[in-house]
Design a protein around this ligand. Structure first.
Ligand SMILES: Nc1ncnc2c1ncn2[C@@H]1O[C@H](COP(=O)(O)OP(=O)(O)OP(=O)(O)O)[C@@H](O)[C@H]1O
Ligand SMILES: [Mg+2]
Length: 472
């Protein structure tokens, strides 16, 4: 610990002199004040780590100085009268301790030792808190400035400090887990554990024990009793990831645990009480799951007190540039290499891509590009986005729209050979258009289609495509 500085505020010169010597001998640096105003000034400047204040002084009295200082440093009050009222008042205002004049220096020494101990603990605690805050700040950088994301941040800002249950909905890789950490780290529970349990990753018959723990001998293999995730999250936050994958039986137990704030371990006879904040995440439509009787309606209402929807990346293209810059900066810093940029074409391609794996996919593609490509400006070739997925969904939508009325009409006519009727009509225009585009260059056409050249030749024949007609 740095040298500790003590403020001594005492208007009796003789006693002040004795106290100064006492503290200097103990290795303190000493700041002296002979009246309350001077003492308040020294405290305000924020230098001392400990203060010894007389109550009766010219200017402000010790109690006032104590009240003004708040509880920033431990304050020991010296009272001449030793009246109940003064000491009570001093303790009420947050004094560390008091000592009644006349006192001997040993007595003062003991109080000072305790105060120093207290300072050390306070410092360690605040250091720990700072480190924890830093750790969370590093781990929960959530990038985004699209309208959709700003809405999400607004909601998170509102709900994080309160104890409400939050349901986070979003496709795979949109940042559901990251967002739940952001909520936890901005809640008063941030010093307590954040625990995640993934219902899709744990076998169904083990899930109950995973959540609630088990007692020794509860089932074959339960050689020791074990805490479940609920107990591990005590005081903190529990993320129920992929909550839609939970069995109906377990959903009932979960509902009870949330409502009653208590549960039984597997094989346990006594209820275990917990204080846990629940966040649930899902990529499923739980309303639909309720209709299909796969998810309990009462549990859904318990979980979706507040629902946060994270939009898929293709619906917030504005975030692609920002996220890319963020990932490129952090990967290159991690790897100790020069910062990379995206070429204009690359950005355009990325903004056109449909990102089925959302932010996780973006993260992976950029990490790979930084690893594999030496160029400082990343081209589309460096990124090599999976081409076949380019706008895959919108093509499907397009075809569905056209096909639907046709199917409606034909289906009413009873038995049909729909497959054989429709498929050639899908293939023919596709192959014809690609051939036209490549000016009948079959090698290029096969490449574009991503099929073998011989297959293409066969198809041209089968589908009766006339190459000559395609030229202009
Ligand atoms: N807005 C964002 N800013 C920065 N990083 C993000 C953002 N969104 C997601 N990520 C990162 O993308 C990856 C996937 O995020 P996360 O695991 O939270 O997604 P998820 O929705 O839980 O996915 P899954 O449904 O597959 O479990 C993580 O590495 C996460 O840090
Ligand atoms: Mg997840």
């Amino acid at each position: 610990m740095d040298k500790t500085k003590v403020l001594i505020a005492e208007d009796d010169e003789e006693l002040l002199w004795v106290l100064e010597r006492f503290f200097k001998e103990k290795g303190f640096e000493v700041a002296s004040a002979r009246d309350g105003n001077a003492a308040a000034g020294v405290l305000k400047a924020g230098e001392p780590t400990l203060a010894l204040l007389d109550i009766n002084m010219p200017g402000k009295d010790g109690l006032q100085v104590l009240a003004d200082a708040g509880a920033a440093v431990p304050v020991i009050i010296m009272t001449a009268e030793g009246t109940m009222k003064n000491t009570l008042e001093a303790m009420k205002r947050g004094a560390f301790d008091y000592i009644t004049k006349p006192f001997d220096l040993d007595e003062l020494g003991r109080i000072v030792d305790r105060a120093v101990q207290n300072i050390r603990l306070r410092r360690e605690l605040s250091l720990l808190k700072d480190r924890l805050k830093e750790k969370w700040a590093d781990e929960t950088v959530f990038v985004g400035k699209s309208k959709a994301m700003l809405e999400v941040f607004k909601t998170v800002g509102k709900v994080a400090p309160r104890n409400v249950t939050v349901l986070i909905h979003g496709e795979s890789g949109t940042g559901k887990e990251l967002l739940s950490k952001l909520i936890h780290s901005n809640s008063p529970r941030y010093e307590a554990p954040f625990i995640a349990v993934n219902s899709a990753a744990v076998p169904r018959d083990l899930m109950e024990s995973e959540l609630f723990g088990h007692e020794k001998g509860a089932f074959t293999g339960a050689v020791e009793s074990r805490k479940g995730k609920f107990e591990m999250a005590e005081g903190g936050t529990l993320l129920l990831d992929e909550v839609g994958d939970m069995s109906l039986e377990l959903q009932a137990k979960l509902l009870r645990a949330i409502q009653e704030k208590e549960f039984y371990r597997v094989g346990g006879r006594h209820p275990v009480k917990v204080d846990v904040r629940i966040i649930a995440a899902t990529n499923q439509d739980l309303e639909k799951a309720v209709m299909e009787k796969r998810f309990r309606e009462d549990l859904l209402y318990r979980l979706n007190v507040v629902t946060v929807n994270i939009a898929p990346l293709r619906e917030r293209k504005g975030d692609i540039k920002l996220l890319s810059e963020y990932f490129l900066e952090s990967f290159t810093r991690e790897m100790g290499v020069e910062l990379r940029q995206l070429s204009k074409d690359s950005l355009a391609e990325m903004e056109n891509y449909d990102w089925p794996g959302n932010v996780r996919e973006l993260e992976n593609i950029l990490r790979r590009a930084v690893l594999l490509s030496p160029s400082l400006v990343l081209t589309p070739e460096d990124l090599s986005l999976p081409r076949r997925r380019l706008k895959r969904e919108s093509i499907e939508d397009l075809i569905t729209k056209r096909l639907e009325p046709f199917i409606e009409k034909t289906a009413s006519k009873g038995r049909q050979e729909l497959y054989d009727t429709v498929m050639p009509f899908m293939e023919r225009p596709l192959i014809k258009l690609v051939l036209k585009k490549t000016r009948n260059n079959q090698v290029r056409a096969a490449e574009l289609l991503g099929i073998n050249r011989n297959t293409l030749r066969k198809k041209i024949k089968e589908l009766n495509i006339r190459l000559k007609e395609l030229k202009d």
